[in-house]
Ligand binder design. Structure first.
Ligand code: GAL
Length: 946
């Protein structure tokens, strides 16, 4: 807007009067040094005023006060058994330059857990109420320029609740920002692009929405100069806007710059543009500058054909990630985050869901640069896990604050394609649960900040789709078990993402050669077999989800729960263990075998041949050890000590002998459709009717040995109690199975159950004693086999894995050669190793920056005399670090270990342990790392910090 000259002159004159300041731009300061941390409360805030009264220890920032432990084995494992509940204080001194007099001064917090109260020079200057969102505190009126100012932050996690480990403290960055009295607002330059994916209209205009804060009482004339830089850094568009900033207010302005044929941001080639925006007064004096990356791309979520990006369908191959960084806890570190994402991309991941909270902003910068699309999530539920334990403060203003800060901060990232306003929000009666009104208000508010991305929520209760709860969402995420199918039948025009899939379990390196017969057979506590045949009862093995994604191409793709193991939620050993089993890689980032199932299915550009288990089975000679091969090929041949054990092809599902029930007859004590229980059709069922204790009797026609009975119950099986009996003559009965009920959530549970028995009979009778569910008592499928057979639930695994379930173990060399279209594409070998004689250390990098930030990750193993890693090693290692680095943490992927992450003594867990070293900030030099263990030759390596 151009103002009349006379008015402009007047405003300039006024504004010069109103800003009696030096125009020196003071650079923002990252506050990462000089902090002290005090565990527990202070008697009074005055104690923070001097180091002498504060009694704190120096800490590196960002900082998580609870990560170092100690673990409390008696605590519930849900939040990691770490001491994150409590009060903690941080203190530092801010040297505010004299030139700051008359300027605006702000503190920007990227994330503080939880309920931070900020004090400057003993005076409370601000607070915040959600542990995951960034916020700004204006300290202009409290700061003393030209002096040292004491900054103290109190955090109190006592009223914070979580379903995972939330960390504690100033776990993301804190920055001190100086501004003129007229400046861009925090996150005050939004850049979006135009274009329409569905209409095929290209994106070629950058649309800026600019907020200018004017803290003077004069309306002021301004000039805004914008420059767009292409990915090579060349200026490709410029534009100038003359405007005026209203007095004592925030002025909203817009600009649009044309860029012809821009290079597109895409998952395959993430091209980033930059907008450089300058704020000048009418004399041409620079007031503020803002630089932000953005990208040109078009995308759409469609109801019938998934996700489209830049004109083509892109299958989302995603993972959920919580915010912790394994042994580092929640303390954010750029390099650790980058390492996580790179490991995921190596597997074929192209999408990240930041479950269930806004990530550190650097995660989005990385996703922009690496080419990952992001589901950016603001909340888990809206009640207790949002820090609203007692449902205060009121949901709407609270949620608006969090949505506003998240969306404003994150809106320029081309990687972000979905805003999620919640995960698994319960129904209307559960605190602040889903109601059509609440969903509409939150989605509507989000759209006022960004109208360019779909507003979504991850849902989990299919019956909730029937009302208007989801009417205001642009897109629905559904968690697990194809629950999205019901939603699609109610809302066929809404796009769907499989926001959580799998929730499969495994412990890296541990194998139970007795394969599970149901997905909920977990073998021994507190480890879960890496044959990858188990999952939470509400979810499925990876292969099942692959099949769904192939069949249901209207779904945009899946986000696996989870990419990495995380601290907390160690289902199914929630009470006992301290970190999860869900991860495709373990807490240290060591690959589980599952990594290769995904890589072989997701990555077309590289060949994968992976064999499992290890081949050290002393004591199992002559006994069975199943062997699986994961490959992108279509077949493989297995050799044990040079002898072929045959070729297997994908899609060859097991022969399981005749299903005796298929040729049987069935009668029922009540209900008329007994035959439907044995017709091998899941869509038809015998329904018992009103009778109290109904039973179904199957006549197999003649006497048979009975080994396996597989039932598909009408409702979820955990609601039913029943007994199964056999009889030779239909008169005398023998009980072979007794099953009770289980108390689970209404929407949880499975319908399939497999009973392995040793019995004989012509007749089989299933008598129901109890049904706690709402579904009628009944059976949709019964299968009976004479030979012990596997659950046909697992048939789908034969489409994605190559399985040799019966291999007789003998030590030596086991080799798989994989093929694609008749051509060899790779091979993989495991060997029986000798007992370990020495330690080996392998750093992930041999050179790191001497910036105090780029950690060195080192893998420790125990090797035999031929240098082969012993896969079962559990030796206790003592690490030491000297020279240009210092010890940071250790881990080994054991979810049930209560050794502190800050202990330099760590056992190998199934042959591996991890040491994390922090290079000292400074001139660099050699970091010397040593590992020692009793009875083994020690190992020493050197890493260069530069
Ligand atoms: C989901 C939930 C996740 C995690 C997961 C484990 O229902 O959204 O946060 O708890 O279950 O399977």
């Amino acid at each position: 807007m151009r103002l009349p000259i006379s008015l402009r002159t007047l405003i300039v004159a006024l504004s010069l009067l109103a800003i009696p300041i030096s125009w020196a731009q003071i650079p923002a300061q990252l506050l990462d040094e000089g902090w002290l941390f005090h565990a527990g409360d202070l008697e009074s805030v005055a104690d923070a005023q001097t180091p002498a009264t504060f009694a704190g220890e120096p800490v590196h920032m960002p900082h998580d006060w609870a990560a170092a432990g100690p673990f409390d084995p008696e605590e519930h494992g849900g939040t990691g058994k770490l001491p994150w509940k409590g009060i903690g204080w941080y203190r530092t001194e801010l040297d505010i330059p004299a030139e700051a007099e008359g300027q605006r001064v702000y503190l920007d917090f990227d994330g503080a857990m939880a309920f931070p109260v900020i004090y400057l020079n003993g005076e409370e200057v601000g607070s915040w109420d959600y542990g995951y969102t960034p916020f700004r505190i204006d300290i202009t009126d409290h700061v003393k320029a030209g002096e040292s100012n004491v900054l103290a932050v109190k955090l109190d996690t006592q009223k914070w609740s979580s379903r995972w480990y939330p960390g504690a403290g100033l776990y993301r960055k804190v920055t001190l920002v100086f501004d003129q009295q007229i400046h861009f607002a925090n996150w005050g330059v939004g850049v979006s692009t135009d274009g329409d994916e569905l209409l095929g209209l290209p994106a070629e205009n950058a649309i800026l929405s600019i907020e200018v804060e004017n803290h003077t009482d004069a309306e002021t004339a301004l000039v805004i100069e914008t420059e767009i830089l292409d990915p090579a850094g060349k200026t490709v568009a410029t534009e100038t806007l003359e405007a005026s900033a209203l007095s004592d207010a925030t002025t909203h302005l817009g600009m649009e710059l044309h860029v012809a044929n821009p290079e597109l941001w895409d998952v395959d080639s993430p091209k980033l543009y930059a907008a450089k925006v300058k704020l000048l007064d009418s004399e041409g004096e620079l007031l503020d500058e803002y630089e932000t990356n953005f990208g040109f791309r078009t995308f759409a979520f469609t109801a019938d054909d998934g996700f489209h990006l830049n004109g083509r369908r892109v299958q989302l191959k995603g993972v959920n990630l919580h915010s912790d960084l394994g042994p580092l806890g929640m303390a954010f570190n750029y390099h650790a985050q980058k390492r996580q994402l790179e490991i995921m991309m190596e597997m074929g991941v192209n999408a990240i869901r930041t479950s269930h909270n806004p990530p550190a902003k650097e995660l989005l910068e990385l996703c922009d640069e690496l080419g990952l699309v992001v589901w950016d999530e603001v909340f888990d539920k809206w009640g207790w896990t949002a820090g609203r334990d007692d449902l205060t403060p009121p949901l709407m203003p609270f949620a608006h604050r969090q949505i506003e800060n998240t969306l404003k901060r994150d809106r320029n990232h081309p990687s972000v394609v979905i805003w999620s306003i919640g995960n698994e929000v319960q129904g209307g009666d559960a605190g602040d649960g889903i109601t059509p009104e609440r969903t509409a208000m939150l989605a509507g508010f989000a759209r006022t900040i960004d109208a360019h991305r779909p507003i979504a929520m991850a849902c989990h209760i299919p019956p909730l789709t029937n009302g208007e709860n989801f009417a205001s969402l642009d897109l629905a995420g559904w968690n697990y078990a194809r629950r999205y199918a019901r939603f699609r039948s109610v809302w066929p025009e809404k796009p769907i993402v499989y926001s959580e899939s799998a929730s499969a379990f495994s412990t890296r390196g541990y194998y139970d050669p007795e394969l599970a017969t149901r997905k909920s057979d977990y073998g021994k506590p507190y480890e879960i077999s890496s044959y990858d045949v188990t999952a939470a009862y509400w979810s499925d093995v990876p292969d099942k989800e692959f099949e769904l994604m192939e069949n249901d191409s209207y779904v945009a793709g899946e986000f696996v729960w989870t990419g990495f193991d995380y601290i907390g939620e160690p289902t199914p050993y929630d009470a006992q263990s301290r970190s999860s089993y869900f991860g495709i890689v373990d807490l240290c980032g060591f690959l589980k075998d599952r990594f290769f199932i995904y890589r072989s299915h997701w990555r077309e550009d590289v060949d994968t041949t992976h064999i499992l288990p290890h081949w050290n089975w002393e004591g199992r000679e002559g006994k069975n050890v199943p062997v699986f091969v994961y490959t992108n090929g279509d077949s493989a041949e297995l050799f044990l000590n040079g002898e072929s054990l045959g070729m297997r092809r994908k899609g060859e599902r097991p022969e399981r002998g005749p299903n005796l029930a298929a040729s049987a007859t069935a009668t029922a004590s009540s209900g008329e459709s007994a035959a439907l229980a044995i017709d091998s059709e899941l869509s038809t069922a015998w329904i018992a009717g009103e009778e109290d204790q109904p039973s179904l009797t199957i006549d197999l026609g003649q006497l048979h040995p009975i080994s396996t009975i597989q039932l598909e119950t009408n409702g979820k099986e955990h609601f039913y109690a029943y007994v199964i009996e056999t009889s030779k003559n239909g008169k005398k009965w023998k009980q072979i199975v007794e099953k009770g009920t289980e108390d689970l959530e209404e929407w949880q549970g499975v319908t399939r159950i497999l009973h392995q028995v040793e019995a004989e009979g012509r007749y089989l009778r299933i008598s129901f004693a109890e049904n706690l569910g709402e579904s009628e008592t009944g059976l949709s499928d019964v299968k009976v086999f004479s030979n012990p057979t596997t659950n046909d639930y697992y048939d789908v695994t034969y489409d994605y894995r190559l399985r040799w379930d019966e291999v007789t173990y003998q030590p030596g060399e086991l080799k798989a050669v994989s093929y694609k279209d008749g051509e060899v594409i790779g091979e993989a070998t495991v060997e029986t190793t000798g007992k370990p004689v020495a330690l080996r250390l392998t750093p992930e990098k041999t050179e790191v920056a001497a910036d105090g930030q780029e950690f060195v990750y080192v893998t420790a193993e125990a090797v035999d005399s031929k240098g082969r890693a012993y896969p079962l090693a559990d030796n206790e290692i003592t690490f030491s670090v000297s020279g240009a680095g210092e010890f940071q943490a250790t881990g080994n992927g054991d979810s049930y270990s209560f050794v502190s992450f800050s202990s330099p003594v760590r056992k190998l867990f199934y042959g591996k342990a991890q040491l994390i070293v922090r290079p000292l900030a400074g001139n660099g030099g050699t970091i010397t790392i040593t590992a020692e263990a009793e009875g083994l030759e020690s190992a020493t390596i050197e890493v260069l910090a530069k």
